[in-house]
Design a protein around this ligand. Structure first.
Ligand SMILES: [Fe+2]
Ligand SMILES: [Fe+2]
Length: 357
């Protein structure tokens, strides 16, 4: 359940960082049922698909990801715990951008000749994610490390997700990515004294890529009625909203040092990201979560505290079986809290879709 990536930055070769140990919280690599995606019936939604495709083709950020002279300096001033937290943030972001690239690239390749419209769209998404991952990897190089993305491609395990799950989760990860980047950008715009590294200046246009990616997945989601007008669709929508928000809370609070180093209150940042992402999901999902429920964030924070106990247990030298026994009660806490959160009545989004952003 916990990541040990805050441990020392172990190297495979000098300057190449060994990937953080894979855990439930590290960004995953996905594969899916390519035939199901190729056969998706998009009839009746051609206009929406064409308009998101036009946005992707426009390639607004073609010249955006170019490193300026501000990067050309020594970054040893970012040191100690802040440096480690920073490298962690860069690695996690780079891995999830790269994970998106691999999935989109493979979708584009497998759909070529079978579904040219979707194949082109996925190729354009892969183009953006490759830029994002590459830009982050160059930032890691400023700290004397980089990820061997070829090694990662071959050696990470791929998790199979049915195409429906891919649509829900990628939609949410694009939109949560949008909100994370834009909220960090706006905060640093108001507090430039905390902008300790120039990467953050790129987040404003960058997050628009993620927004467009999310909009593309919104069209896919709305084109498949079973994803939103069935009981199963509503239950899955709630489940994925919840798992994305729990994962976000755990990772943000586990890496509080990073957010504090740029002057953000991690707890407030987490709440802002979740509230905004949940509201945005109103446009695509059949229902959203009730983040105003009095126990909503309390329960999320209880999960984060249990996760910190799990991290402490994992970092000890005790035998594996002892660690497992010690972990069980904390795992039970997380499962119980998630169950309680899942049972909070959701908010019907179908009624209000037209009136929200
Ligand atoms: Fe991205
Ligand atoms: Fe994206």
């Amino acid at each position: 359940m916990v990541s040990t990536s805050s441990a020392e930055a172990a190297s495979l070769r000098p300057g190449i960082k060994a990937p953080a140990q894979e855990t439930l919280l590290t960004p995953r690599f996905y594969t899916t049922d390519f035939d199901a995606v190729a056969q998706m019936d998009l009839s009746g939604h051609e206009d929406e698909i064409e308009s998101v495709l036009a946005e992707l083709r426009a390639d607004y950020n073609r010249y955006h990801f170019v490193r300026n002279a501000e990067f050309d300096q020594c970054w040893d001033s970012i040191d100690g715990e802040t440096r480690q937290a920073f490298i962690d943030f860069l690695e996690r972001s780079c891995t999830s951008e790269f994970s998106g690239f691999l999935l989109f690239k493979e979708l584009s390749r497998k759909l070529k000749g079978r579904n040219p419209v979707l194949s082109e769209a996925f190729a354009l998404l892969a183009r953006d994610e490759a830029r994002h991952a590459g830009f982050l990897n160059k930032a890691m190089a400023d700290f004397g490390l980089s990820l061997d993305l070829g090694y990662l491609t071959k050696n990470r395990t791929y998790t199979f997700f049915p195409s429906e799950w891919v649509i829900y989760t990628v939609y949410l990860s694009e939109k949560i990515g949008y909100w994370r980047y834009i909220l960090i950008y706006r905060h640093l715009e108001q507090h430039p004294e905390h902008r300790i590294y120039p990467l953050f200046k790129y987040f404003e246009s960058w997050c628009q890529d993620e927004n467009r990616h999310g909009d593309f997945f919104k069209v896919l989601l709305r084109s498949q009625p079973k994803l939103w007008n069935t009981l199963g669709g509503r239950l899955w929508a709630r489940f994925f909203l919840l798992t994305v928000f729990v994962t976000h809370t755990l990772t943000v609070l586990e890496r509080a040092t990073f957010y504090e180093s740029i002057g953000l209150d991690p707890d407030q940042f987490n709440k802002d990201v979740i509230r905004n992402t949940n509201e945005t999901a109103r446009r695509a999902f059949p229902c959203i979560l009730n983040t105003d429920h009095p126990t909503f964030f309390l329960r999320l924070n209880t999960c984060a505290i249990a996760n910190q106990h799990l991290a402490e247990i994992a970092s000890t030298q005790r035998p594996a079986v002892i660690k497992l026994i010690q972990k069980l009660p904390w795992m039970a806490v997380i499962i119980w809290q998630m169950l309680c959160l899942y049972l909070i009545p959701s908010v019907n989004a179908e009624q209000s879709r037209e009136t929200v952003r």
